[in-house]
Design a protein around this ligand. Structure first.
Ligand code: B12
Ligand code: SF4
Length: 505
């Protein structure tokens, strides 16, 4: 059968990484001799009608679309157009949003079938059922439309051995377009992403990763990952990898062993990964550095211990300090993620985060506004406490735009504060002194190119922030000293009870 897999046009986010999920589905279908094409309409900057024309030309026997919550409104619009033009082609949705809200997805869109959670085996069996023109009622992991009825076929057990899944079908992707769209500086233009594990055993209040993968942690074998690295280096001439694992260093022995093999196999790559601050130590970081890792991303989220407790992050500020210090010691680029507007936050705790970010003084920070995704406990609590100002995802830029407020700050206050915090962090001499110089040292092995790629962007960020520094200070003090005694503008707004946006259940 011919199957088209679509990443929809996406207007509110610059995509930097290929859709690995679709590439895994594609390789699993190809292994069973199906003909597959992936269309990443986002990276190719295509309109809905471009996608439609492409589909009409390809003439698939089934169409699959990936769904994330922030772009679900675009998925809806696209799927209506597709159904109008190609009414008889089964339309299949998968990915985090449809997984969490399968019934609502079928009710709100013309999709025929939702693949729930991990998609490879389910889609292969589903394709066979579609080809044989029979109802997929024996295919576990589906919710589908049968006339006016909605049928759930039951949950599917996770794939036991991840090595059984073929490597992502990267030959179907415009692999190097993503490099051009990148916002984070990297050492090499020939860059891509890959993933070694599925599932995260932690239970952070705001996180929706477990909705797709559950909480059991599964790893591919080191040999299987090394084979993929060889394919990336030999066939695609890749020089840098961003590992997309939720917790790359979850199993220290495994990570040490991967690093050892990378060195033994003389794989000439640089790489970076995301790790929890409580899952790195001296021995591990030293080994990772030797194996080509040059940047560590840490999710610290808050500089206030009480908030870390409330969001169930299960780390301490001390662990965050130690991890960043150690990473700097081994001359890693350090990238720390923070969120503001978390459950229980107020102006003071947000300022604690700014203070803590300055204390850590990493190479980069990313400050996002906490977003209550479907299926998370954060959404339940935010609804209960009436903290949602807008529950409508249309056009929402996740990160800079806020759906929520805190006890004392409106969503608009949070947006202003988020921007001001970044400026207040980057526009400091201490940032420039430590990080542009560290950037020079991290970029060392690449000579002038390292200087351009690692130190120069920090210099620019510093200059940009210096220019905006005064207005950032004004925002920060304005929100600290509001009229009427409360921080923020809360006294001026009416509470909004808009719980019925596209994702409300
Ligand atoms: C890498 C990543 C990104 C990358 C690349 C995204 C991409 N092109 O796929 C970047 C940095 C661009 C990114 C951005 C964002 N991301 Co992101 N991202 C991830 C991350 C860490 C890994 C994704 C991945 O590659 N997984 C591996 C593959 C194999 O899994 P998968 O894509 O889910 O696909 C499997 C199934 O979902 C299913 N499936 C998926 N699509 C389809 C389609 C069909 C037809 C079928 C049948 C099955 C199917 O089968 C696949 C194979 O089993 C996940 C967390 C995670 N661990 O999954 C978050 C995650 C997906 N992201 C998330 C979010 C919120 C975002 C942002 C909104 C963040 C932001 N602040 O702006 C943006 C959204 C922009 C966008 N359009 O992508 C949330 C999604 C929540 C939600 N309800 O939508 C997650 C779950 C993180 C979290 N902790 O909550 N992200
Ligand atoms: S935020 Fe990270 S550590 Fe927490 S549950 Fe999500 S993936 Fe796991």
């Amino acid at each position: 059968m011919k199957m088209a897999l679509i990443f929809p046009p996406y207007v509110t986010w610059e995509l930097e990484y290929p859709p690995l999920g679709l590439a895994y589905i594609a390789s699993s279908l190809e292994r069973e001799d199906h003909k597959v094409e992936i269309l990443d309409a986002s990276i190719l900057n295509m309109s809905y009608s471009d996608v439609l024309n492409w589909l009409i030309k390809f003439d698939p026997g089934a169409i699959g679309i990936t769904t994330l919550t922030p772009h679900f409104w675009q998925v809806k619009a696209l799927s209506h157009l597709i159904k109008r033009e190609l009414p008889n082609v089964p339309l299949i949705f998968g990915g985090p949003h449809a997984t969490v809200l399968p019934k609502q997805t079928l009710e709100e869109t013309p999709a025929d079938i939702v693949v729930i959670g991990e998609g490879e085996s389910t889609t292969v069996e589903l394709a066979e059922a579609i080809e044989m023109k029979r109802a997929p009622d024996d295919v576990k992991g589906l919710m589908y439309r049968d006339g006016a009825r909605i049928v759930f076929t039951g949950y599917r057990a996770p794939i036991g051995n991840l090595d059984d899944i073929p490597f992502p079908a990267r030959h179907l992707l415009p692999l190097f377009k993503y490099g051009e769209a990148r916002r984070l500086p990297s050492m090499h233009e020939r860059h891509t992403s890959a993933i070694t594990s599925r599932g995260c055993p932690f239970n952070c209040l705001f996180c929706s990763s477990r909705n797709v993968w559950g909480r059991a942690f599964r790893h591919r074998s080191v040999n299987n990952v090394i084979d993929e690295l060889h394919e990336l280096v030999d066939s695609y001439k890749i020089k840098e990898i961003s590992w997309q694992d939720d917790c790359f260093t979850f199993d220290k022995r495994w990570t040490m062993s991967l690093c050892r093999e990378v060195v033994r196999e003389k794989l000439d790559i640089t790489w970076r990964c995301l790790a929890r601050v409580d899952q790195v130590d001296d021995e591990l970081l030293k080994r990772m550095k030797l194996a080509g890792c040059y940047a560590m991303w840490f999710g610290v989220e808050s500089g206030n211990q009480e908030i870390l407790g409330k969001i169930r992050k299960n780390i301490t500020l001390q662990q965050a300090e130690d991890a960043v210090k150690l990473a700097k010691h081994y001359r890693f680029e350090t990238h720390v993620f923070f969120m503001i507007g978390n459950y229980g936050e107020n102006y003071k705790t947000i300022m604690d985060t700014l203070k803590f970010a300055k204390k850590l003084n990493p190479s980069h920070i990313a400050v996002s506004i906490a977003t209550p995704y479907p299926g998370t406990d954060f959404l339940t609590l935010a609804r209960e406490k009436g903290l949602i100002e807008r529950e409508n995802w249309d056009g929402l830029r996740v990160g800079p735009d806020s759906m929520i407020r805190t006890e004392d700050l409106t969503s608009r206050d949070l947006e202003r504060l988020r921007n001001a915090m970044s400026t207040a962090f980057y526009g400091r001499w201490a940032y420039f002194r430590e990080n542009a110089i560290l950037g020079l040292r991290v970029g060392d092995p690449l000579g002038f190119s390292g200087l351009r790629k690692v130190a120069f962007p920090k210099f620019l960020e510093f200059l940009r922030s210096v220019v905006r520094f005064r207005s950032a200070r004004v925002v920060i003090s304005e929100l600290a000293n509001p009229e009427g005694g409360l921080p923020g503008q809360l006294a001026k707004i009416q509470p909004v009870n808009n719980m019925h946006g596209p994702t409300g259940s």
